[in-house]
Each structure stands twice: as C-alpha cells, then as structure tokens.
Design a protein around this ligand. Sequence first.
Ligand code: FA5
Length: 333
Amino acid sequence: MDAAKEIAEYERAALAAIAAAADAEALEAARVEFLGKKKGRLKNLQKLLGQVSAEERPVLGQKFNDVKTRVTAALEARRAELDRPAAAVEGIDVTLPGKPLRLGKRHPLTQTIGEFKSIMARLGFSVVDGPEIEDEKHNFEALNISAIHPARDPLDNFYLATAESRSGGPLLLRSQTSTVQIRVMENTPPPVRIVSLGRVYRPDTIDATHSCMFHQMEGLWIAEGVTLADLKTVLRLFATSYLGDDVTIRFRPSFFPFTEPSVEVDMHWGDDWMEIGGAGMVDPNVLRSVGYDPEQVTGFAFGLGIERFCMRRHGITDIRRFYENDVRFLQQF
Ligand code: FA5
C-alpha cells in the first residue's frame, strides 16, 4: 500500500467527517475515529509508516505530522463553532455588527441657557431659580403693578382655576421672570447681582416670534452707585459675547411699572430691529417694598427673551421649531 496515498486519504476523510459533525457528540465520534490514541485510523497510519524504507521515512514522517496538525486544528475550530451560543437564533443573526446607538444632545434652548449663565458668571452674576407657579404679590403687586393694570387681566394670564396661595390669593403661571427679583431681594440684603433663567407663560397669539410658553433671563444688580450706564454696558457686553462683535443693540425709552426710567432693548437683525427685552432702573417703590433703602442703594433690572437670541445666532426664523420635537431640526445643534 502506498503510504503517501494513505496519508492523503486519511486527511480528506478526517476533514470531511469533522465538517459534517452537526453536534458535539458527532464531533467526538470523529475525534475518536481519526485522532484516537489507542486504535483508530491514526494508529493504522503510524503502523504503516513503521514499514516504509529508511530513505522514505523522513519525508513521509513530516507529511504525517503536518496532516495530524491540520486535522487537530480543524477539530478545534469545529468544536469552538459548535460551542458558540446560538450562533443564529431564528431570524436574528447575532454575529452581525450591532446598530450604533444614536447619541442624544441637549436641546438648543438648554444649550443657550448654559451659555448665558457662563457669560453672566464672567460678568459677576450668580444664578438663582424661582417658582413657575406664582402668587399675585410676586408677579404683580411687589412689582408696582396695581390691581387695575391691564397686565393683570385674567385674559392675559394663565390663572390656575382652583389653586390658592398660602395667603389665600389666586395663583398663576408666572408671566415674567421679574418675580425672582422680588424673591431674591426679600431674602437677601444688598448688594445683589443675580440672573435667573426659566420658563414664563402668556396666552399670546402664537406666531413666528411669539409662543405661549417661552424663556426669559432676568438680571438684577443692586448696590451703591449702580447707574443706567452700567445697565447699558452689561447688556452690550452680554449681547456681543453671545452674538459676536458685529451685533448692534439699541435702547428705546419705554415704561414698566417696576423700573424708572425704563427702556426697551432691540437688536439689529437683517434689515430690521427685533425686540429682545425690557430693562430699567429699579423703581424706588419696589426697593422700599422689599425693605431696601433707595437713598442708599440703586440698581438695574432687565428681562430678555432667550429664544430670540438663539434664533438670531442660528438663523432660526420661526420660534415654533423649538417646541415641535422634530429631530430633523434638533439634531442640527
Ligand atoms: C417683561 O417681561 C419685563 N419683565 C422685562 C423687564 C425686566 C423690564 C426687568 C424691566 C426690568 P416684556 O413683556 O417686554 O417685558 O418681555 C421681555 C422679552 O420677552 C421681549 O422683549 C421678548 O424678547 C420676550 N417675549 C415676550 N413675549 C414673548 C412671547 N410671547 N414669545 C417669545 N418671546 C417673548
């Protein structure tokens, strides 16, 4: 019998049996048959090798060893394959690469609020929070807004139908963040230098620049000798820090019951001006109502619409985009 042929035939049969083994049991049977130490086809081959001539032996011996290595490797590989847990669960190929998770991002307004806070922190303002459900004292009275003022019209506010404050008066969703000025001054002796950023609510007619829920940043700086010039400086520095040096803002005389004098602040956008906030020197009546002495301290307050700044920065032309939760819009920021 030709030993070289026998070795080749052995390899072919062994590899075929290993490949055909459908489970661990069949594979073990193939192992015993082809690699078993005591009997089996390997043993027979070894016997055959013992009979070949001395000059043939080294070549055939090498061949035999190579084949044995290949068959052993094929057996290991098949065993690993059969051991793998449910390589193909019905309908799911668990060996395919996974779908990458889509990473979420913070909402553009949340990003803007974070940036506003850090700009104002650099200007020395600390951040405070206030409640969104308010009583009439903080939303109106302490801000010098009398009972007959049109801003208090129930049709211009979201009053809560049944809820009452601890002092017995009606409650409403705050219509401005100026409420926080009062809450801070009630609890802190001067000097104060704070900003407060959050949601406010008004039943305004919704259009490209108005929403019934939007965000404001309130600022308040009360100390000895604070003037209107400081207000203009802070607002200019703020606007250029967020929008860049080429933004122009202007101040128009205006009226708010809780500031005197009062201004309205506009920014230039395209060929037009857009109103971005109200501001002024805090009215002495307001200072007195919280126990401050207007002869000792003065200061300014401002309230800016956060959405409009973010719209100008990113060229967003409709405020409603912020609230529609459309990922095609949101993922651009
Ligand atoms: C106020 O709310 C005053 N509390 C501002 C103030 C604070 C004056 C401190 C003096 C001292 P006003 O109603 O103008 O003011 O609103 C301020 C800004 O909020 C507006 O300039 C605008 O940018 C934004 N804003 C007002 N209404 C809406 C709305 N419906 N949707 C989106 N933004 C609005």
